[in-house]
Write a new protein. Structure first.
Length: 164
């Protein structure tokens, strides 16, 4: 990547981008047969992005190149009935990341995650979790950053990182 990437807090006028980033965050094991975009409207997925910015634990960093959004990393806690797939408890934010395909494998995702981890520490969070589909190569990134697998089900690993 020759162009410089800017990572900054998402602005309220950019909140509608969360739908597109949610779709990009979903791992497609068969790229030739991707999931339909409608999956982001399923309640268990919608909980990650719906009404973005209305909850106190909603934090999002947007990655831009030449003023064009190319990725996002965000955290959210789930105090309501619906929980995220990497839910630990109501005080542990769950992190999600999305980067458009052409910008992957250039270190941008690593930088986005590092900046979000710093933001979480600065805001006094003790830990952060995530859920990752088994077979998703991004697990190597999460392990390098310090996330540890603490649980699993048939499809996913639940990972946790202490921030203290």
């Amino acid at each position: 990547m020759k162009n410089k990437v800017l990572i900054r807090t998402i602005r309220s006028v950019e909140h509608p981008l969360m739908e597109d980033f949610m779709y990009e965050a979903i791992y497609h094991p068969d790229p030739m047969n991707p999931y339909p975009k409608e999956v982001i409207y399923y309640p268990q997925v919608r909980v990650y992005w719906n009404n973005w910015g209305t909850e106190k634990d909603d934090h999002c960093l947007l990655a831009l190149m030449d003023d064009k959004p190319i990725g996002a990393v965000w955290t959210r806690t789930f105090p309501g009935e619906l929980k995220g797939c990497g839910y630990i408890n109501e005080h542990t934010p769950e992190i999600a990341i999305a980067l458009f395909k052409e910008y992957r494998n250039h270190g941008i995702g690593t930088e986005m995650m590092q900046q979000m981890i710093t933001l979480m520490k600065e805001n006094g969070y003790r830990q952060v979790s995530l859920s990752i589909t088994k077979g998703n190569p991004a697990i190597r990134l999460y392990e390098r950053l310090g996330f540890k697998v603490i649980d699993e089900n048939e499809e996913d690993y639940i990972m946790l990182m202490g921030l203290e």
